[in-house]
Ligand binder design. Structure first.
Ligand code: 1GP
Length: 256
């Protein structure tokens, strides 16, 4: 089947349907067994998360990834979206894949090379790609995993104009959404001033993640204009806190 360019992609569909900010849970297959991932996904669905993202680790184990995706799909009735760190972390069992380019990478690999390598599997598995402009924002004094791994054209947390220009470049290139990423386990999230400045000009959904651990942080980021909040570490550290965080995200007045 040839998917048509320009049709509404998952995030827009969910925003139209739910008319509230969304929360996506990130599950890293390397952090727990598939059985445990299954239980986590179930709990997150009960807490009202909107989708399960799978990926994000620096290592690679195809079997573990496949088993985790299958386990999650067995336990929840939510979209599963791959969040790959390379072409080697693509599973044929998911529903969607963030087809993402790390736009402020100085390394060709993360801009387009890994994406091209992933095409045959995406096509044969009929995974639905969600094109995304991925921007890593430096908010931490110690480099995050992604900052250690990839040589970046650094976007400092204070460099709002640079973030805005990159985000608009993603939109002009036709990407369906933009992700402002502070990095998993970041000391602090992307600043609200930056989220707000990007939101003001951006016409596609805005995803924000990395370092969000408190409901108050998530609320501030939604108020600044994020459409989707992503959390990962909190699920591994203290899943009970996720319930109030998701509730807080969804209690915000949301105007698209
Ligand atoms: C990482 O933005 C996600 O890609 C989630 O970050 O693990 O800090 O929640 P955390």
């Amino acid at each position: 089947m040839i998917r048509q360019a320009g049709k509404k992609v998952l995030i827009e569909k969910l925003l139209d349907e739910k008319k509230e900010a969304l929360h996506f849970t990130l599950i890293d297959p390397d952090r727990q067994t598939p059985e445990k991932a299954k239980a986590i996904a179930k709990k997150c669905q009960q807490y009202d998360t909107d989708a399960i993202m799978i990926g994000g680790s620096s290592s690679f184990n195809q079997r573990l990834l496949d088993d985790t995706v299958r386990a999650v799909k067995e336990s929840v009735d939510l979209p599963t979206i791959l969040f790959p760190n390379s072409a080697a972390t693509v599973s044929r069992y998911a529903d969607y894949i963030f087809f993402m380019s790390l736009l402020n990478s100085k390394d060709f690999r993360y801009l387009i090379k890994e994406q091209v390598s992933a095409v045959p599997l995406i096509q044969s598995a009929q995974l639905e790609p969600i094109s995304m402009g991925y921007l890593v924002i430096s908010t931490s004094s110690k480099p995050t995993t992604i900052e250690k791994r990839v040589k970046l054209d650094v976007i400092d947390e204070k460099d709002v104009t640079k973030a805005v220009d990159y985000a608009l470049a993603a939109q002009y290139l036709g990407m369906s959404c933009v992700y402002l990423e502070a990095g998993s386990g970041a000391e602090k999230p992307v600043p609200t001033e930056m989220v707000q400045a990007v939101r003001t000009v951006l016409g596609v959904p805005l995803i924000v993640g990395g370092g969000i651990r408190e409901a108050s942080q998530a609320v501030a980021i939604v108020r600044a204009g994020a459409d989707v909040i992503v959390t990962g570490t909190i699920v591994e550290q203290d899943i009970s806190r996720l319930k109030s965080l998701i509730r807080a995200v969804k209690s915000q007045r949301y105007e698209k």
